[in-house]
Design a protein around this ligand. Structure first.
Ligand code: SF4
Length: 331
């Protein structure tokens, strides 16, 4: 991939995450791999939000988990502040983990039901030795509560005593507690009511400004991604097929899959909305166990040519500094 933004905080190079598939109960024999992430590369600039979009099962969450080293990659590198974190020993990785945090999709499932909100938020402060005594711990956790718009008087309640939106605020406060630089936001609003979604999105934007945070924002809701992201990467069946500035991608998508994906999202400018191309695609996303040969999108692509069935469209084409696409149509 050829997009080279300046001041890059994170670089992902040819990242792959394969899950082996075995047959037989006892004498297990490997019969192949599920290629959840199949060689992706991108960078994230300091202070920006990179949106990562695609249909369910395209590999976005696996990509986030591999970056976080929760699911170590099969191959490839993840360079954070100049260090390949896939090669670090446990102790070194612990120090990096403080700088890269995650906000999960399910604000209930991700919080320990037996811990109070204060201890959920404060747990990482203790693990990383960032608090000296009980008074300081209480002050720090109270402050974190207020940072995410919660009343510290509720700090000793348990997760089930909070609403969905409040629980997500607790998850955000926990991520913030160790002063991270990068936060992987994995569908952080998709489990919430629409009215609450807007509040959480505004909170994330506000915190980004206050604490100079960088986000990898994984989502399938393109309206949310458009609202939050500086740049957007589009994934299809384990590959990134297009990356561009948000405005450029929404107005001038080049990859047929991006065009189809964004056709359903209205653009507020009526002139652009009237003249832009709308593209419909049919069929299901292919299987990451038996992905189609050549361009993985070819069985659904209305523009597929014979070369598309035989050759993957990589390394793709750089249109300009802020736009890259992988499609045989774009030469
Ligand atoms: Fe369609 Fe071919 Fe482009 Fe793939 S490479 S998106 S099949 S035109």
């Amino acid at each position: 991939m050829s997009i080279k933004p300046k001041n890059s905080l994170l670089q992902v190079n040819n990242l792959k995450k394969y899950y082996p598939v075995y047959t037989g109960m006892f004498l297990k024999k490997k019969i192949g791999d599920v290629r959840a992430v199949d060689g992706i590369s991108f960078e994230i600039l300091n202070g920006e939000t990179l949106g990562l979009v695609g249909e369910s099962g395209c590999g976005k969450t696996t990509c986030g988990r591999s970056i976080l080293q929760l699911d170590p990659p099969t191959s490839g590198s993840v360079i954070f502040q100049g260090k390949d974190i896939t090669q670090l020993r446990k102790q070194e990785l612990r120090a990096i983990r403080k700088k890269i945090q995650v906000i999960f999709q399910d604000p209930f499932g991700s919080l320990n039901p037996r811990m109070t909100a204060r201890n959920i938020i404060g747990e990482l402060l203790i693990i990383h030795g960032m608090t000296d005594n009980k008074t300081e711990y209480h002050e720090q956790t109270d402050h974190l509560f207020m940072s995410v718009g919660l009343d510290p008087a509720m700090a000793d309640r348990y997760p089930h005593e909070f609403s969905g939106g409040q629980r997500q605020r607790i998850g955000i406060a926990r991520a913030l507690s160790v002063k991270p630089e990068l936060i992987v936001c994995d569908e952080p609003v998709s489990a919430l009511d629409v009215s609450i979604q807007a509040q959480i999105i505004n909170l994330l934007q506000d915190l980004q400004e206050r604490f100079q945070l960088t986000y990898l924002f994984i989502a399938h809701d393109l309206a949310v991604v458009r609202h939050l992201s500086d740049r957007v990467a589009v994934m299809y069946l384990g590959n990134i097929v297009e990356i561009a500035d948000r405005a450029e991608l929404y107005i001038n998508p080049l990859h047929p899959y991006t065009k189809a994906l964004f056709s359903a999202v209205p653009i507020p400018d009526p002139e652009i909305e009237r003249t832009r191309e709308h593209l419909l695609i049919f069929g299901e996303v292919g299987s990451p166990f038996h992905p189609p040969a050549g361009c993985k999108f070819h069985p659904r692509c209305p523009f597929a040519k014979s070369v598309c069935r035989e050759e993957p469209p990589f390394p793709g084409k750089t249109i300009d500094d802020n736009h890259w696409v992988a499609c045989h149509l774009i030469q």
